[in-house]
Design a protein around this ligand. Structure first.
Ligand code: NAD
Ligand code: MG
Length: 402
């Protein structure tokens, strides 16, 4: 009997192919193809500075186009791929060009607001957007979702919580949904006191108990800003008001999130903490495709526990909730200042608790200004993001000098 090959052939681009999500995506694609699933043609791969991995991936997966964000590496990329027939490009424009090429499925896996423009380019072409880059929804959710809708593509959430909700969410009857419950592992400092967190090092902060991820999202998981960003992300993806979206700490990371209906039914999606499962659902949806992720062993898991998040020890979650309540420039400002503060922490310039403190300082500063209720244009987003970055850099420098 032949392998089942129901999935339609796809032309795929991976923005941020050298990162944690990018590598998992290519791994999944290779696995599915080895299992006899429909071929996935790679149209474009992109990286920021990791030339070596990009070259290796390009030689193996043979995209039409490979782009590197750091313009200084353009010549090296070109010579490394000379004779392969793969076109190359360098600089931010080349990343956007990669997004414009004719893939019908685009994995948006660049980290941070840097992923916004390329994701928008892909969205405007009507491609299905497998969205890992949550920051682009936090800073420009209305712009991104409007672009996807206008061009007729689908937003397929990769973030494990949103992917879980997507699989059990009745989009025909959103008014019958009473609550979305976003689960959180609690991160590496779940049981730490504020005093202990005050001296936490970057190495301790990126050592996530359950998931292996890029440095920025790992720090976000340690501050719980990740769950705050995910709260805002969920409010953009699902037609459920943010007041009905709750966060629940669930240290085992087995239940990836839940939807509660008005009749009291709670639907959940479960699995091992392996991003290749949510990535696989976005690649095949509404069909399924095999993934190399380990299957869940319930006897081994044995116990699932839950606890409410502690907003005193983890103020970032409170700041995110306040930002979405205020709306306007606040979510974009939250995201931008967090990006700056996390980078400063990873550089050793500021302390772990400064991440929340810097972000709060920025939000206090921008909150007094007149701001539109929602940011509906790229220009508004770029302005809010730029101003918050400038302030965050100022506050981070003051703390580094102190
Ligand atoms: P990562 O740091 O491992 O990889 C980031 C990728 O983006 C790399 O390919 C890098 O080269 C590229 N990149 C970085 N800055 C860039 C720039 N300025 N211009 C162009 N490209 C740039 O990050 P990751 O862990 O793979 O996360 C990627 C995104 O997915 C993030 O938004 C993260 O929040 C989200 N996400 C990740 C996971 C996970 O398990 N890693 C889970 C859920 C969501
Ligand atoms: Mg997540």
């Amino acid at each position: 009997m032949g392998a089942i090959t129901q999935n339609k052939a796809r032309r795929a681009t991976i923005l941020g192919s050298t990162g944690s999500i990018g590598v998992n995506t290519l791994d999944l694609i290779e696995f599915a193809s080895d299992q006899g699933e429909a071929e996935v043609d790679i149209v474009a791969l992109t990286a920021n500075r990791n030339l070596e991995t990009l070259v290796e991936q390009a030689k193996k997966f043979r995209p039409d186009f490979a782009a590197i964000g750091d313009a200084a590496l353009g010549d090296d990329l070109k010579s490394a791929l000379a004779g392969t027939g793969i076109e190359t490009g360098a600089g931010p424009d080349a990343i956007e060009e990669a997004a414009q090429r004719d893939a019908d499925w685009v994995m948006a896996a660049i980290v941070g607001a840097a992923g916004l423009r390329p994701t928008l380019q892909a969205a405007k072409r009507g491609a299905d957007i497998a969205l890992a880059n949550k920051e682009c929804l936090v800073c420009a959710g209305d712009v991104v979702t409007a672009a996807i809708e206008a061009a007729g593509g689908r937003l397929l959430p990769v973030d494990s919580e949103h992917n879980a909700i997507f699989q059990v969410y009745d989009f025909d009857r959103p008014e019958r949904i009473s609550r979305l419950i976003l689960t959180a592992s609690g991160g590496p400092f779940r049981t730490w006191s504020r005093d202990d967190m005050a001296t936490a090092t970057p190495a301790q902060a990126v050592a996530h108990p359950n998931w292996s991820m890029g440095a920025k999202i790992s720090v976000d998981s340690a501050t719980l800003m990740n769950k705050g960003l995910e709260l805002i992300e969920a409010a953009h993806i699902f037609p459920t008001p943010h007041e009905q979206i709750e966060v629940l700490v669930h240290p085992q990371s087995v239940i990836h999130s839940m939807v509660e209906y008005v009749d009291g039914s709670v639907l959940a999606q479960l699995g091992t903490p392996d991003m290749r499962t949510p990535i696989a659902t976005t690649l095949a949806w509404p069909d399924r495709t095999p993934s190399p992720s380990a299957k869940l062993d319930f006897a081994q898991v044995a116990t699932l526990t839950f606890e409410p998040p502690d907003l005193k020890r983890f103020p970032c979650l409170r700041l995110a909730r306040e930002s979405i309540e205020s709306g306007g420039v606040m979510p974009a400002s939250l995201n931008a200042s967090n990006e700056v503060a996390v980078a400063a922490f990873l550089d050793g310039a500021v302390k772990f608790l400064d991440i929340a403190a810097i972000t709060e300082q920025v939000l206090e500063k921008v909150s007094g200004e007149n701001s539109p209720a929602r940011l509906t244009t790229l220009e508004e987003v770029v302005a809010a993001d730029g101003e918050a970055r400038r302030l965050a850099e100022e506050f981070a420098a003051a703390r580094a000098a102190a």
